[in-house]
Design a protein around this ligand. Sequence first.
Ligand code: NAP
Length: 248
Amino acid sequence: MKLDGKIAVVTGGSRGIGKAICLYLANLGATVVVNYVSRPDAAEATAMAIKDAGGKAAVYQFDISNSDQVQGAFKKILADYGRIDILVNNAGITRDGLIATMKEEAWDAVLDTNLKGAFNCIKAVSRPMMKQRWGRIVSITSVIGFAGNAGQANYAAAKAGLIGLTRSVAKELASRGITVNGVAPGYIETDMTNALSAEVTEKIKSEIPMNSLGSVDDVAAAVAYLVSDQARYVTGQFIHVNGGMFMG
Ligand code: NAP
């Protein structure tokens, strides 16, 4: 697979799964726009790692939940590079809690970032991709969006929403040479899962047929396939990267 000459925007590219996706796509030849919201040090480190390996990268700060910031940032990216070929909606947050006590702010924050954020970014790339008659959009959803999870009603709702968003936009944009797909990770070793207690992590492992958490590269490899020329006839689909814990 080759991505030479392609311009890729990865939201939340500074850390975790997003960082691995940035490195993977850059290694295949794409120029990568590394987005972050609050940690410039992490984003710069990702861009530096790409450049040190001989790749091309730039860092753009914007909050995906803020439509004005997203519009401004994508306008600038288009002015700087002339096109956007690949969008990876990766940025996401958790604000876990049981439904009876979940604060409205926790619901709004997760829906605004994980679902509206993807809407904002897809909307921003749709016209330029339609004009190019080529585009790849991949959103990182979650096993939780398919299966649900106690204590994560907001996160599950947002990730399930991302599934419907992906399928609908896939139908809208298919005739323009644009594919829209998703990757649904199970439990992957990142800052997000490192925050779980050892006890919870052991319980999770016991429910995974492969008996271990996944790596960020397991997810990045699935994204790389979906944005490649080889996946040109695949749209509205989800690749489950979860060690067998859910088979949808
Ligand atoms: P992570 O390590 O917590 O990193 C989150 C990334 O998102 C960071 O780069 C962060 O930027 C960025 N971000 C957060 N809010 C943002 C906003 N409003 N605007 C722009 N960027 C924002 O997360 P992760 O574990 O790698 O997860 C990445 C994605 O995979 C998420 O969508 C998550 O739901 C999904 N996922 C993860 C797992 C897992 O096991 N880890 C499983 C299934 C799905 P800063 O560095 O600036 O904070």
